[in-house]
Design a protein around this ligand. Sequence first.
Ligand code: EPZ
Length: 430
Amino acid sequence: MDKFVIEGGVALRGEVEASVAKNSVLPLLAATLLTREPCRILDVPRLSDVGTMLTILRALGVECLHEEDGSVTTRVVDETKCEAPYKLVRTMRASICVLGPLLGRRRRARVSFPGGCVFGPRPIDLHLRGFRALGAELELEGGYIVGDARSLRGGEMYLGGPFGSTVTGTANVLMAAVLAEGTTLIDMAACEPEVQDVANFLVAMGADIRGIGTPTLEVHGVAELHGATYRPVPDRIEAGTFLAAAAITGGTVTVRKCRPDHLRAVTERLQAVGCRVKTGEDWVSCSRHARLQAADVTTLPYPGFPTDLQAQFMSVVCLADGVSVITEKVYPERFMHISELERMRSRIRKEGNCAIVHGTDWLSGAPVIASDLRASAALVLAGLVAEGKTTVRRIYHLDRGYERMERKLQHLGARIERVRDEDEGKGEDS
Ligand code: EPZ
């Protein structure tokens, strides 16, 4: 296993390019199950989650290849396989996205029930509500969801839960509805750019979906879908992470090949903490010269401030002048990064789904352990500005959603190295 070793204190300067969005690529790959014709997803980053999804697709009778040029080509060769096994699904929750296309195309599925994760329960009741509204019969047997969709037909549904809509749930249900005879109405659909991406890919494959980007989707089922080539949207979370790196280190970073319109909630908060933000057609630049100012943030479904940037923003305000309140309205328990940030001399108090951050004027480098994908990014950001050396262990969490992050940061001047972690597993707390 690897760890990052970071020497803090460098103000990052320069340009990086955003990769395409991990949270688009994963459901898009699942959507290729909906046709026997070849599909091609362009510019796919080499992430461990992508590798996991390709392994699951192969187990479901899909020939897939991650080409040298970054594109992933897929071709379904065997539609008799309908089981997504526990050993794969448990490593990546997004595997649940194969359930919709299996029900839509093969009319049956056996998918392991995805577990929770470190930042709290990850239910799928809204997914199941949607599939049942389409006439699918779903049972839970031995930790697997067993689905029978021979009577699949259009239906009406409301996909809202206590924390808003569901991103992968909307994509999942869409991927069944597009082949369900009749009309489907999805109310309280998620509007995230990644969900819009899945809908646009399905349309490129011949689906009939109206209202894309709004909370109300209308789907007219079709008999067949054909292959398509598609470039996913840029990763707004990766882009936001690099903009936050400029904010925390007091530098100037331009992220190219991104979508400024997907980042408005983020750039607005970066300005609130005292950064200067400029945007162009496909780039955003963030610079900070004066002391960071405290600012509150509340995470909300899109177009609100994304929960996937909450941890990174917390690292930024750890160095702000004043008290910032961070309210997590999507995953109330998503605060695993607090204890590790406290090891770096930050002052944070958790109160329910809020974190009260008393800004300090410096952070201390320390050995810290990553717990999940975005918490890892927050710890790297803190290490970039902390005095002295920070080691971030269990970097495999980071590799799930950031393609060789250390190289992009080195390109911006960061003193960061990826090294083998010889001590991994020795004398660890349980
Ligand atoms: C997607 O997860 C993303 N993952 C997450 O990104 C992201 O944090 C999340 O959306 C919110 O934006 C992928 O797209 C692969 P949800 P998802 O269903 O779809 C509750 C990352 O770091 N809920 O929109 O699983 C749920 O508990 C990852 O890249 C139900 O109650 O999230 C949560 O509180 C982490 N019932 C809220 O809704 C359900 O059936 C939003 O969940 C489903 C969800």
